[in-house]
Design a protein around this ligand. Structure first.
Ligand SMILES: Cc1cc2nc3c(=O)[nH]c(=O)nc-3n(C[C@H](O)[C@H](O)[C@H](O)COP(=O)(O)OP(=O)(O)OC[C@H]3O[C@@H](n4cnc5c(N)ncnc54)[C@H](O)[C@@H]3O)c2cc1C
Length: 416
């Protein structure tokens, strides 16, 4: 341990929407300090550099830009008495509920009674996607792009191809338009665009762009600058070259889970998120996880509402109430890829907003969701909203009320 030791009651690692909202909830209700540690120079997380409207709908009842949303969250956390330490990165563990961090003041150790992980998720970069070809300049993830444009105020190229067609892909298109770069094509491996119909239809017209479905990228061409991208139709095998100087890789999320892995905690292999129960507590007592590191990736308001939901569970934990009985694992059957939370205690607690969050690899218009235990269906629910790839599919957690805890592991599936 370093000489420099801080001892807040609650340590929140990550000052994005989930961490800041948890801080705002816990600040006035916790004895002792609530400390948020953020590696960037300003707290706010992704919305800080996502300069377009679309934030704050479910948690604030507003429709505001990312930077404005981040500003309000920061203000609320500070007003609630939480301390926000910026330019401070947690690097490793110094005990079950203690971490080491580097800060402008040097190395510090933070020992808390509760630790909340709120480190978010990121888009997989090019090397992790194994895209062959030249290593020319001009390839970004949406996160890199918005950093370059909105924080560093730099330009990109003039003709872009966006790989992906989910909500975040349209966010990338907006940023490109902002710096005078035309989106000539969006691609998706799915048979239809992943984003909501009311985004993709007008989006195509507004951005004057096309969407190539059932298409994958086979090569990026051009060095030192990108000059073209080669795409392949997954059904016909036909390949085309698209001239462009900018490629934006969107979606394909991975939680920022390094601290979870270095703690040796179980990680759900289907989405690499830490295993938590419906109280958002990991398998280590006193260590909670919230936001997009649990469900990569949902909207910011949902991440923030995790922060609101975790507060009650943290207070119960601090008061000595243990939620752990013998939780049941929850898994999925294809086309569902993952479910959050991935274990449940079924002792009266519900997940945030009374929803199970799932990810699907196939579009189903009016899905009938079933829960199975030991191979038999124990609960069913018809939903009037679709399960669509590229965005979180929400299922009321009341479906869990049909579960028999003696029958063990639960599987969530879609009935044909
Ligand atoms: C391009 C883009 C556009 C989007 N558009 C919208 C939109 O219009 N509307 C909407 O509702 N949502 C949108 N989203 C989603 C939204 O941004 C996320 O849901 C939200 O930011 C998740 O919040 P979070 O707190 O879980 O994580 P994040 O916002 O990712 O915050 C995590 C924070 O943790 C910090 N951190 C990580 N590791 C450490 C460490 N070791 N030590 C210290 N600090 C650390 C990071 O620096 C970061 O600030 C968009 C996302 C992207 C990428």
């Amino acid at each position: 341990m370093s000489e420099n030791i801080l001892t807040p009651t609650v340590l929140i690692i990550g000052g994005g929407p989930s961490g800041l909202r948890a801080a705002a909830e816990l600040g006035p209700r916790v004895e002792g300090q609530v400390l948020v540690v953020e590696r960037e120079s300003v707290a706010g997380g992704i919305p800080r550099h996502s300069d377009h409207p679309g934030y704050g709908i479910r948690d604030m009842g507003k429709f505001i830009s990312g930077p404005k949303y981040a500003h309000i969250l920061r203000q609320r956390a500070s007003k609630a008495g939480a301390k926000i330490m910026v330019n401070t990165m947690v690097t490793d563990w110094a005990g079950d509920l203690a971490v080491n961090a580097t800060s402008p003041q040097g190395r510090i150790t933070i020992q808390a009674r509760v630790v909340i992980l709120a480190t978010g998720a990121r888009e997989r970069p090019r090397p992790a996607r194994l895209i062959p070809g030249d290593r020319g300049h001009g390839v970004y993830t949406t996160g890199n792009l918005q950093n370059v444009v909105h924080l560093k105020h730099n330009k990109v190229g003039k003709r872009a191809v966006i790989v992906g067609s989910e909500l975040v892909s349209w966010s990338a298109a907006l940023t490109l338009k902002h710096v005078g770069c035309r989106t000539v094509l969006m691609t998706t491996e799915y048979p239809k665009p992943d984003a909501y119909f009311f985004f993709s239809k007008p989006g195509k017209i507004f951005f004057n762009t096309k969407i190539a479905t059932r298409t994958k990228v086979t090569r990026i061409i051009g060095k030192p600058e990108v000059q073209a991208i080669e795409i392949e139709n997954l059904d016909t095998g036909k390949r085309d070259l698209i001239e462009c100087d900018t490629v934006i890789l969107t979606g394909d999320w991975i939680p920022d889970n390094e601290l979870v892995r270095s703690a040796g905690l179980p990680v759900d292999p289907s989405n690499r998120a830490p295993v938590v129960d419906e109280t958002l507590q990991t398998t280590r007592p006193g260590l909670f996880a919230i936001g997009n590191m649990l469900h990569p990736v949902d909207t910011a308001d949902i991440a923030a509402l995790d922060g609101a939901a975790v507060a009650d569970h943290v207070l119960r934990y601090l008061a000595g109430v243990a939620p752990h009985r013998s939780p049941l694992d929850v898994g999925t059957e294809a086309p569902l890829r993952w479910v959050s939370p991935s274990r449940v205690n079924l002792n009266g607690s519900e997940p945030p907003r009374g929803r199970l969050l799932l990810w699907t690899d196939r579009f189903v218009a009016f899905p009938k969701v079933v829960l199975k235990q030991q191979g038999s269906v124990v609960a069913r629910k018809r939903l009037w909203w679709p399960a669509a790839p590229g965005r979180v599919f929400r299922v009321p957690s009341s479906i869990l009320h049909g579960v028999d805890r003696r029958r063990g592991r639960i599987t969530v599936a879609l009935e044909r």
